[in-house]
Design a binder for this molecule. Structure first.
Ligand SMILES: [Zn+2]
Length: 458
């Protein structure tokens, strides 16, 4: 039986393939969960099994956006510690974060996923590393929320084993022992990681950061990931304070420290990477280590400007990240396209730092590369998964901008008319199709208030 086809036509198309192929007026044909064809003009006639034909006049079609760094649980602690740098912000928030439970995490994950999906994200990730004793099945709650929303998903199963009594920042009851952390991470891989081409759920090994985990957890975490054939993720080189901490404790900078613990490689991606010197960037390029660039969070916490143009020039894979919404309250990825371009132009490369098309590439193909899914998604090419977005560019906000990619990246956050994951539509006219946004809004508010009450009593 021929697969069911969906035809999208009369739209601008930015494929983000290796040649940045674009069509001013083109078409995309979906067959089942795959992209069958992309091309100029209208779709060819005489196709069998067409169940839907979308006249996308006034739209730009792009690959779905890919988010490469987030902490979903922070959705219920937004708008707190608003004038702090990273370390002060962590110290202010850990006592609250240490009180999360399964219901809170499920609501927060739904809120985070809903916000991103509405804005064109089709492949999301969550770096979750706070597992307080007795808090329930947090991993299960996060995976459930991703399945409900319908986005493709990578859970970076995080961990912390350096509590207050070991010189770390989180309270002791919110960290795990090294053995518990590794066993729970392995169990999450066994239960949820799917290595197939069209996987909806993957799992990565993700100790939190050099200052919240021990060297031994980093080392054994890397061994576990390689034994299981999954990816590795952590925070790296985020602030000058972290750099100082690494020099004091380990006698070397963060990148050398990561290298010494097995944490550089094609299967590794790191969030932030703001404070990198030339030899750090060369080490990332040489090893194929990826970067999750989080421009809004870096600005919110006054961390600095990551050297994205230098990383790209060296051949480092770079994607974009929202980061947790306690440091980027908007929780959107489509606005990060713009922020990445603007923030990098404030750096030394000035107007040559990033083009609008490079920003779009960071948010799509670059993200897929960083999450190890570039063979399957991240660009519009025949044979790839049908993960794509129709951006409406003919309204007041964008209609006077002739170049659709410039409109998308530099203009206001564009409305999403439709978003597909594996050929299944998850957004229609800016609304989620598979979860009730109003119900999610109510439950996130309730759980945020519940957490605030519990934290105030503690
Ligand atoms: Zn983060």
């Amino acid at each position: 039986m021929a697969p069911q086809r969906i035809v999208i036509e009369n739209c601008a198309v930015a494929t983000v393939d290796a040649h940045d192929t674009e069509y001013a007026s083109g078409h995309v044909i979906l067959a089942g969960d795959r992209i069958e064809a992309v091309g100029e003009g209208r779709a060819p006639g005489g196709l069998d099994g067409v169940v839907r034909r979308i006249d996308a006049t006034g739209h730009l079609v792009t690959p779905g956006l890919v988010n490469t760094h987030h902490h979903f649980y922070q959705w219920i602690t937004r708008g707190l510690a608003t004038d702090h740098n990273l370390f002060d912000w962590l110290v202010a928030l850990y006592p609250t974060w240490a009180r999360i439970d399964e219901d809170m995490v499920h609501a927060a994950a739904q809120g985070s996923l809903a916000m991103m999906a509405r804005g064109g994200v089709t492949l999301a990730m969550d770096h979750h590393y706070v597992y307080p004793r007795g808090s329930g099945d947090l991993t299960g709650a996060i995976i459930r929320a991703a399945r409900e929303t319908g986005v493709r998903f990578t859970l970076a199963r995080g961990s912390m084993d350096r509590g207050e009594s070991d010189g770390g920042l989180p309270p002791d009851f919110a960290v795990e022992s090294i053995d518990d952390a590794l066993a729970a991470t392995e169990a999450a891989i066994d239960e949820y990681h799917d290595a197939s081409f069209d996987a909806m759920t993957q799992v990565a090994v993700a100790p939190c950061s050099p200052f919240s985990v021990t060297t031994e957890l980093l080392r054994q975490g890397a061994e576990l990931a390689r034994r299981k054939g999954v990816r590795l993720h952590t925070h790296g080189s985020e602030t000058v304070e972290e750099e100082k901490f690494c020099h004091e404790l380990f006698g070397m900078g963060p990148t050398d420290y990561f290298e010494s613990t097995g944490w550089l490689g094609q299967d590794v991606w790191m969030a932030h990477c703001v404070h990198m010197n030339d030899s750090d960037i060369a080490a990332f390029a040489r090893s194929g280590t990826g970067v999750a660039h989080c421009p809004s969070s870096n600005a919110r916490l006054a961390a600095g400007i990551a050297r994205v143009p230098d990383m790209l020039a060296a051949g480092v894979p770079v994607g974009l990240g929202v980061d947790g919404t306690a440091s980027n309250e908007s929780g959107e990825l489509h606005t990060e396209l713009r922020n990445a371009l603007l923030v990098n132009r404030l750096g030394p490369h000035r107007e040559a730092a990033l083009t609008a098309r490079q920003a779009l590439r960071l948010g799509t193909y670059g993200g897929a590369q960083v999450l190890g899914r570039a063979q399957q998604t991240g660009s519009l090419e025949p044979g790839k998964l049908a993960d794509l977005v129709l951006w409406k560019l003919d309204t007041l906000a964008h209609a006077s901008i002739a170049d659709p990619v410039a409109a998308l990246v530099l203009g206001a956050a564009a409305p999403v008319t439709a978003s597909f994951v594996g050929g299944r539509q998850i957004v229609a006219d800016g609304r989620l199709l598979h979860v009730d946004e109003d119900a999610v809004a109510r439950s996130t508010r309730e759980q945020a208030q519940r957490l605030a009450r519990i934290a105030a009593r503690a």
